[in-house]
Design a protein around this ligand. Sequence first.
Ligand code: FAD
Length: 380
Amino acid sequence: MAIERFDVAVVGLGALGSGAAYQAAVKGAKVIGFEQFELGHVRGASHDTSRIVRTSYGSPEFVALARSAYKDWAELERRSGLQMLNITGGVVLMPRGGPTPSSDFTKSLDANGVPYELLDSTEINKRWPGFKVPDNVDAVYTADTGIAHASKSVTTMQYQARANGAVLREKTRVDRVTPDADGVVIETSNGPVRAGKVIIAADAWINKLLKPLGVEIPLTVMQEQITYFKPKDPARYDPERFPVWIWAGETWFYGFPTYGEPTIKAGQDAQQNIMSPDDRTFVQSPELVKKLTSFMDTIIPEHGQELRTVTCQYALTPDRQFIISPLPNHPDIIIALGNGHAFKFAPAIGRVVAELAIDGKTTDDISKFPIQNALSTSKL
Ligand SMILES: Cc1cc2nc3c(=O)[nH]c(=O)nc-3n(C[C@H](O)[C@H](O)[C@H](O)COP(=O)(O)OP(=O)(O)OC[C@H]3O[C@@H](n4cnc5c(N)ncnc54)[C@H](O)[C@@H]3O)c2cc1C
């Protein structure tokens, strides 16, 4: 019996794969997407409530892609009639003499024409009384920073993919992708299909599919955790009155105003709680909660008691650069890997890989995101 044939197959339906399936379906391609677990599961990186959206980055290539992404978010909101983004404004807080000078951010924002304000700690604490930021901290404030609703966004992209004709198969694991002269054969736990192009958005699991193709991305997988605190005076942290924040010190932390409930969420970036996706515990680390709480005491002392801690997953290459790239030896296979900071770009990365798959080119500048940069020992 002939196996089913699609124009584009997407492996993994977290934020990036759902974005790719949605955008490829909107472009009119015959699309199939595979997710090894249930749609909306919490074992990857794309669940729970909030993710930061911002153009404020220290590298111009991310500012440019983020600007594109805001247009894709707006288009998703238009198509679905649902609001994905809450724009609150946001600060990146940088201790003077620390590893990240504010000029990294101001230069890349300037290069992209994004407006910002430079603030000192007196101004920060005056403008947002929820903060008690110590002296000698500079902040870059950008008005376009805000919050994407994580699980709602992923579900909406999946729904929009299906509404535009995509077939999404959950609880279907892709075991192997084999390119040949006629596209790619995709072997799954529910039988094979064939596609002209395959987009792999498998994040922490990606090397399982790449290794048989002679490619291995140097990835460190870690369990991350974020904590919801319940302040005594939640009104002080209302999104109308309190910004999204990032602390860019020796260690990076980040946090949100209240969002959907009277709590403020905060986390540490790249906690080094290293484990593979298969032996992930989902058990929070009390030491990491303590570390976060001690940090919160220094800038948001009225954060209140810890209410709950949720675990998540990072899959990081050493330079944390995105990989948005065909495999050089197998150009029908396209990789989308977000290196622990890609949610804000999901509908844009989805569009870019859909364009690469369907048109063979994209108008966004992805020259800084080839797979070659990440590869050290593979046999490409
Ligand atoms: C705590 C935390 C906070 C974050 N905060 C932010 C933020 O504020 N802003 C921001 O922009 N980003 C943030 N990120 C990063 C962002 O959430 C991730 O970059 C993004 O969600 C990754 O999406 P993904 O689809 O690549 O990965 P995932 O969501 O992990 O999806 C990959 C999917 O592929 C599936 N899969 C894998 N292998 C197979 C296979 N063989 N067959 C079928 N399916 C397969 C998996 O089951 C999974 O569903 C955060 C991440 C975490 C963990």
